[in-house]
Design a protein around this ligand. Structure first.
Ligand code: PMT
Length: 215
Protein backbone atom coordinates (compact mmCIF):
# COMPACT_ATOMS: atom_id res chain seq x y z
CA UNK A 1 0.00 0.00 0.00
CA UNK A 2 1.30 3.46 -0.90
CA UNK A 3 0.42 6.24 1.51
CA UNK A 4 0.96 9.92 0.70
CA UNK A 5 1.05 12.31 3.67
CA UNK A 6 1.44 16.09 3.80
CA UNK A 7 2.75 17.88 6.88
CA UNK A 8 3.71 21.27 8.24
CA UNK A 9 2.91 24.82 7.15
CA UNK A 10 3.47 26.60 3.87
CA UNK A 11 5.23 29.94 3.46
CA UNK A 12 3.85 32.54 1.07
CA UNK A 13 6.46 35.11 0.11
CA UNK A 14 5.89 38.83 0.71
CA UNK A 15 9.47 39.83 -0.19
CA UNK A 16 12.87 38.10 -0.03
CA UNK A 17 12.89 38.10 3.80
CA UNK A 18 9.20 38.02 4.82
CA UNK A 19 6.37 35.57 4.39
CA UNK A 20 2.85 34.64 5.55
CA UNK A 21 2.64 31.32 7.38
CA UNK A 22 0.97 29.62 10.34
CA UNK A 23 1.82 27.79 13.57
CA UNK A 24 1.95 24.23 12.20
CA UNK A 25 5.09 22.46 13.52
CA UNK A 26 4.70 19.36 11.38
CA UNK A 27 4.51 17.12 14.47
CA UNK A 28 1.11 15.59 13.60
CA UNK A 29 2.02 14.90 9.98
CA UNK A 30 5.42 13.44 10.88
CA UNK A 31 3.78 11.21 13.53
CA UNK A 32 1.36 9.98 10.84
CA UNK A 33 4.25 9.26 8.48
CA UNK A 34 6.04 7.30 11.21
CA UNK A 35 2.89 5.29 12.03
CA UNK A 36 2.30 4.60 8.34
CA UNK A 37 5.88 3.33 7.87
CA UNK A 38 5.42 1.14 10.97
CA UNK A 39 2.25 -0.32 9.42
CA UNK A 40 4.38 -1.61 6.52
CA UNK A 41 3.24 0.87 3.89
CA UNK A 42 5.42 2.63 1.34
CA UNK A 43 5.24 6.23 2.55
CA UNK A 44 5.82 9.50 0.71
CA UNK A 45 5.95 12.60 2.92
CA UNK A 46 5.48 16.05 1.43
CA UNK A 47 6.64 18.52 4.02
CA UNK A 48 6.50 22.26 4.42
CA UNK A 49 9.35 23.95 6.30
CA UNK A 50 9.68 22.38 9.77
CA UNK A 51 12.53 21.66 12.16
CA UNK A 52 11.88 17.96 12.67
CA UNK A 53 13.91 14.89 11.74
CA UNK A 54 12.00 12.85 9.16
CA UNK A 55 11.03 9.35 10.27
CA UNK A 56 13.35 6.63 9.00
CA UNK A 57 12.05 4.22 6.40
CA UNK A 58 10.28 6.77 4.18
CA UNK A 59 10.11 5.83 0.50
CA UNK A 60 10.37 9.51 -0.43
CA UNK A 61 10.58 12.91 1.30
CA UNK A 62 9.68 15.98 -0.75
CA UNK A 63 10.43 19.32 0.91
CA UNK A 64 8.39 22.30 -0.27
CA UNK A 65 7.89 25.90 0.82
CA UNK A 66 4.78 27.41 -0.74
CA UNK A 67 1.22 26.21 -1.32
CA UNK A 68 1.94 26.16 -5.06
CA UNK A 69 4.96 23.88 -4.55
CA UNK A 70 2.92 21.63 -2.27
CA UNK A 71 0.16 21.47 -4.89
CA UNK A 72 2.65 20.36 -7.57
CA UNK A 73 4.27 17.71 -5.34
CA UNK A 74 0.95 16.26 -4.12
CA UNK A 75 -0.56 16.20 -7.62
CA UNK A 76 2.47 14.31 -8.94
CA UNK A 77 2.41 11.68 -6.18
CA UNK A 78 -1.38 11.37 -5.77
CA UNK A 79 -1.97 9.40 -8.95
CA UNK A 80 -0.03 6.36 -7.69
CA UNK A 81 -1.19 6.55 -4.03
CA UNK A 82 -3.75 4.29 -2.38
CA UNK A 83 -4.28 6.52 0.65
CA UNK A 84 -3.75 10.30 0.78
CA UNK A 85 -3.73 12.13 4.12
CA UNK A 86 -3.62 15.94 3.96
CA UNK A 87 -2.41 17.04 7.38
CA UNK A 88 -0.51 20.11 6.17
CA UNK A 89 -1.75 23.54 7.13
CA UNK A 90 -1.73 24.92 3.60
CA UNK A 91 -2.12 28.69 3.30
CA UNK A 92 -5.55 29.67 2.01
CA UNK A 93 -4.22 32.99 0.65
CA UNK A 94 -0.94 34.28 -0.77
CA UNK A 95 0.26 37.77 -1.74
CA UNK A 96 -0.76 38.56 -5.31
CA UNK A 97 2.83 39.70 -5.92
CA UNK A 98 6.03 39.01 -4.00
CA UNK A 99 8.33 42.08 -4.02
CA UNK A 100 11.72 41.42 -5.60
CA UNK A 101 13.54 43.62 -3.09
CA UNK A 102 12.99 43.94 0.67
CA UNK A 103 10.04 46.29 1.29
CA UNK A 104 11.11 49.56 2.90
CA UNK A 105 9.32 50.99 5.93
CA UNK A 106 7.60 54.19 4.92
CA UNK A 107 5.80 55.03 8.17
CA UNK A 108 2.37 54.68 6.59
CA UNK A 109 -0.12 51.83 6.26
CA UNK A 110 0.89 48.99 4.00
CA UNK A 111 -1.91 47.05 2.32
CA UNK A 112 -1.09 43.55 1.12
CA UNK A 113 -3.34 42.20 -1.61
CA UNK A 114 -3.98 38.46 -1.20
CA UNK A 115 -5.40 35.92 -3.61
CA UNK A 116 -6.74 32.44 -2.80
CA UNK A 117 -4.42 29.47 -3.22
CA UNK A 118 -5.64 26.27 -4.85
CA UNK A 119 -7.49 23.92 -2.50
CA UNK A 120 -5.34 20.80 -2.98
CA UNK A 121 -7.71 18.46 -1.16
CA UNK A 122 -10.83 19.61 -3.02
CA UNK A 123 -8.93 19.08 -6.29
CA UNK A 124 -8.00 15.54 -5.26
CA UNK A 125 -11.62 14.87 -4.21
CA UNK A 126 -12.82 15.99 -7.65
CA UNK A 127 -10.72 13.39 -9.47
CA UNK A 128 -10.57 10.63 -6.84
CA UNK A 129 -10.28 7.07 -8.13
CA UNK A 130 -12.83 4.63 -6.70
CA UNK A 131 -10.07 2.60 -5.03
CA UNK A 132 -8.39 5.62 -3.43
CA UNK A 133 -8.93 6.67 0.20
CA UNK A 134 -8.84 10.42 0.71
CA UNK A 135 -8.38 11.81 4.21
CA UNK A 136 -8.50 15.45 5.27
CA UNK A 137 -8.10 17.33 8.50
CA UNK A 138 -10.40 20.11 9.66
CA UNK A 139 -8.63 22.51 12.01
CA UNK A 140 -11.47 24.36 13.70
CA UNK A 141 -11.82 26.86 16.54
CA UNK A 142 -15.65 26.67 16.65
CA UNK A 143 -18.54 24.41 15.50
CA UNK A 144 -16.03 21.53 15.17
CA UNK A 145 -18.27 18.73 13.86
CA UNK A 146 -20.48 20.98 11.73
CA UNK A 147 -17.50 22.48 9.87
CA UNK A 148 -15.73 19.12 9.59
CA UNK A 149 -18.82 17.41 8.14
CA UNK A 150 -19.18 20.24 5.63
CA UNK A 151 -15.53 19.75 4.48
CA UNK A 152 -15.99 15.94 4.36
CA UNK A 153 -18.88 16.34 1.88
CA UNK A 154 -17.71 19.40 -0.03
CA UNK A 155 -14.23 17.98 -0.73
CA UNK A 156 -15.54 14.45 -1.48
CA UNK A 157 -13.44 12.80 1.27
CA UNK A 158 -13.66 9.32 2.78
CA UNK A 159 -12.52 10.47 6.20
CA UNK A 160 -11.97 13.72 8.02
CA UNK A 161 -10.09 14.30 11.26
CA UNK A 162 -12.04 17.01 13.10
CA UNK A 163 -9.30 18.72 15.06
CA UNK A 164 -10.28 21.19 17.77
CA UNK A 165 -7.45 23.74 17.65
CA UNK A 166 -8.94 26.19 20.14
CA UNK A 167 -7.12 24.70 23.15
CA UNK A 168 -3.49 25.35 24.03
CA UNK A 169 -2.79 21.73 25.10
CA UNK A 170 -3.64 20.28 21.67
CA UNK A 171 -3.59 21.09 17.96
CA UNK A 172 -0.89 23.39 16.57
CA UNK A 173 2.66 22.99 17.98
CA UNK A 174 1.70 20.83 20.98
CA UNK A 175 2.99 17.26 21.46
CA UNK A 176 -0.61 16.21 22.15
CA UNK A 177 -3.82 16.34 20.21
CA UNK A 178 -7.50 15.42 20.38
CA UNK A 179 -9.94 14.89 17.54
CA UNK A 180 -12.96 13.08 16.18
CA UNK A 181 -12.53 10.89 13.08
CA UNK A 182 -15.61 11.08 10.85
CA UNK A 183 -16.25 8.68 7.95
CA UNK A 184 -18.38 9.47 4.91
CA UNK A 185 -20.78 6.67 5.84
CA UNK A 186 -21.31 8.05 9.34
CA UNK A 187 -18.57 6.19 11.25
CA UNK A 188 -17.33 8.21 14.24
CA UNK A 189 -14.27 7.61 16.45
CA UNK A 190 -13.58 9.99 19.32
CA UNK A 191 -9.88 10.35 20.16
CA UNK A 192 -9.37 11.92 23.61
CA UNK A 193 -6.32 14.06 24.47
CA UNK A 194 -3.22 11.91 23.85
CA UNK A 195 0.21 12.09 22.23
CA UNK A 196 0.30 12.78 18.50
CA UNK A 197 2.16 9.48 18.13
CA UNK A 198 -0.73 7.53 19.70
CA UNK A 199 -3.31 9.48 17.72
CA UNK A 200 -1.40 8.86 14.48
CA UNK A 201 -1.48 5.09 15.07
CA UNK A 202 -5.25 5.19 15.60
CA UNK A 203 -5.79 7.31 12.48
CA UNK A 204 -3.70 4.97 10.32
CA UNK A 205 -5.48 1.87 11.61
CA UNK A 206 -8.95 3.44 11.09
CA UNK A 207 -8.40 4.91 7.62
CA UNK A 208 -6.41 1.95 6.29
CA UNK A 209 -8.59 -0.65 8.01
CA UNK A 210 -10.65 -3.24 6.17
CA UNK A 211 -13.88 -1.88 7.58
CA UNK A 212 -13.40 1.37 5.75
CA UNK A 213 -15.86 4.12 6.68
CA UNK A 214 -15.83 5.50 3.19
CA UNK A 215 -16.21 2.35 1.14
O1 PMT B 1 1.71 20.58 12.63
P1 PMT B 1 1.26 20.52 14.06
O2 PMT B 1 1.83 21.65 14.89
O3 PMT B 1 1.49 19.16 14.68
O4 PMT B 1 -0.32 20.77 14.10
C1 PMT B 1 -1.16 19.82 13.52
C2 PMT B 1 -2.33 20.50 12.76
C3 PMT B 1 -3.19 21.28 13.75
C4 PMT B 1 -1.78 21.47 11.70
C5 PMT B 1 -3.12 19.34 12.07
O5 PMT B 1 -3.59 18.44 13.04
C6 PMT B 1 -4.31 19.87 11.26
O6 PMT B 1 -5.39 20.12 11.77
N1 PMT B 1 -4.07 20.06 9.94
C7 PMT B 1 -4.99 20.69 9.00
C8 PMT B 1 -4.76 22.17 8.98
C9 PMT B 1 -5.69 22.91 8.03
O7 PMT B 1 -5.20 23.63 7.18
O8 PMT B 1 -6.95 22.66 8.17
P2 PMT B 1 -8.15 23.38 7.30
O9 PMT B 1 -9.41 23.07 8.04
O10 PMT B 1 -7.82 24.84 7.06
O11 PMT B 1 -8.09 22.67 5.92
C10 PMT B 1 -8.93 21.54 5.61
C11 PMT B 1 -8.20 20.52 4.79
O12 PMT B 1 -7.91 21.06 3.48
C12 PMT B 1 -6.85 20.06 5.38
O13 PMT B 1 -6.73 18.68 5.18
C13 PMT B 1 -5.83 20.84 4.55
O14 PMT B 1 -4.60 20.12 4.43
C14 PMT B 1 -6.53 20.96 3.20
N2 PMT B 1 -6.17 22.17 2.42
C15 PMT B 1 -6.36 23.41 2.92
C16 PMT B 1 -6.05 24.53 2.15
C17 PMT B 1 -5.55 24.33 0.84
N3 PMT B 1 -5.23 25.37 0.06
N4 PMT B 1 -5.40 23.09 0.36
C18 PMT B 1 -5.70 22.00 1.11
O15 PMT B 1 -5.57 20.86 0.66
Amino acid sequence: MKILISAGPTREKIDPVRYISNRSSGKMGYALAEAAVKSGASVTLVSGPVSLTPPSGLALLISVESAAEMTDAIRKEAESSDVIIMCAAVADYRPVMAAEQKLKKKGERLILELEPTEDILAGLGGRKKSTQILVGFAAETEKLLEHAEDKLKRKNLDWIIANDVSRSESGFESDKNQAVILGRNGAKTVIPLQSKKEMAETIISVVCGKNNGGK
